[in-house]
Ligand binder design. Structure first.
Ligand code: PPE
Length: 311
């Protein structure tokens, strides 16, 4: 669990309301059937004020998730992007996590949400390291889950859809109860898929590997960022199926996500990964990542959306 401090406002269906007033009805379709789509976005402090990392890509994924659910989001990407920036300004946040969520609201009862109103809320709040400051530096301990990652044959794995997260909750709570920091889920074919809220990478003999989207993983924006950074650094990187024992024998393993950023993994199923410390490739990618999100690398400014209005 990550504790958060309430901020002043939440954007609720086009209005800024007090944190405590952003409420929903018990008959909300999404509450019963998981029919919502959401995003997790980070905004970082830069010399030019707060900057949102890859906002357009997160908005695109929100639209894709909605398309899968046959949901029409009643606001344009431009309106939502402006709402997010205005919310950060009104909450006077220098850096934060942003959670837009769109879901089928209240109409009747039953599976079919066709014609239901779509509600959209945006929450923003200060947020530190998802898997702990120590985890970012020294790595976390993971356990392979007895729960497999949801399969593309039964759920739309390309979408960031509320109901899918029961899979993550089962895997994560099992890992925690077993004394691990995070779970690693395999596919039904026993290949490595991802963490409960992160994508996964391994490094072996300077080759970086990550599971392909066809493994039913969430198409992570941080994953895509790392693939680009690795290529720009002239690392060899491939998307390919990874077996469980390849994890154990990797030189380095790390996880990526908006919340998790780039988190090294130092142990899996009580086997030490590499020398049990953050590896050099992981460290290099982290260092580049921090520079980019803080606006200190002019080659990647296109990934930043500045919150303050241009004077
Ligand atoms: N896989 C899953 C299942 C996942 O939830 C996330 C993000 C990722 C991969 C990485 O995606 P991206 O953020 O685009 O790089 N998980 C979000 C929610 C975590 C939560 O606890 O809530 C996040 O990182 O914001």
């Amino acid at each position: 669990m990550v504790n958060i401090e309430p901020t002043k406002y939440i954007w609720a269906n086009g209005k800024f309301v007090d944190w405590k007033d952003a409420k929903i009805h018990v008959l909300t379709h999404c509450l019963h059937y998981g029919t919502g789509v959401f995003e997790g976005i980070r905004c970082y402090e830069t010399k030019l004020g707060p900057a949102i990392f890859r906002l357009r890509d997160h908005m695109k994924r929100l639209e894709s998730s909605a398309k899968i659910l046959r949901m029409e989001i009643p606001y344009s990407v431009k309106e939502l992007s402006e709402a997010i920036k205005e919310l950060i300004r009104k909450n006077e946040l220098k850096s934060c996590y942003i959670r837009p969520i769109a879901f089928f609201g209240v109409q009747g009862i039953g599976i079919n949400p066709t014609g239901y109103p779509v509600d959209l809320f945006i929450v923003s709040f200060g947020f530190g390291a998802y898997l702990g400051e120590d985890g970012l530096k020294n790595g976390i301990r993971c356990g392979t889950s007895s729960w497999h990652r949801i399969s593309p044959s039964s759920l739309a794995t390309m979408g960031k859809i509320c109901g899918h997260y029961v899979n993550s909750v089962l895997a994560h709570t099992e890992a925690k109860a077993s004394g691990y920091d995070e779970a690693i889920l395999l596919t039904d074919q026993q290949y490595v898929a991802e963490g409960s809220g992160e994508n996964i990478f391994i490094v072996k003999n300077d080759l970086i590997m990550t599971p392909p989207l066809s493994a039913g993983i969430l198409p992570g924006i941080t994953r895509e960022t790392v693939i680009k950074l690795a290529k720009d650094e002239a690392y060899e990187i491939v998307e390919s199926n990874i077996s469980r024992s390849e994890l154990y024998l990797a030189d380095e393993v790390f996880m990526t996500g908006t919340a998790a950023e780039i988190t090294p993994v130092r142990e899996i199923d009580t086997r030490t990964i590499g020398n049990g410390k953050r590896g050099p490739v992981t460290k290099r990618l982290q260092d580049n990542f921090w520079k980019i999100v803080k606006g200190e690398n002019s080659n990647y400014m296109d990934w930043l959306d500045f919150v303050e209005k241009k004077k």
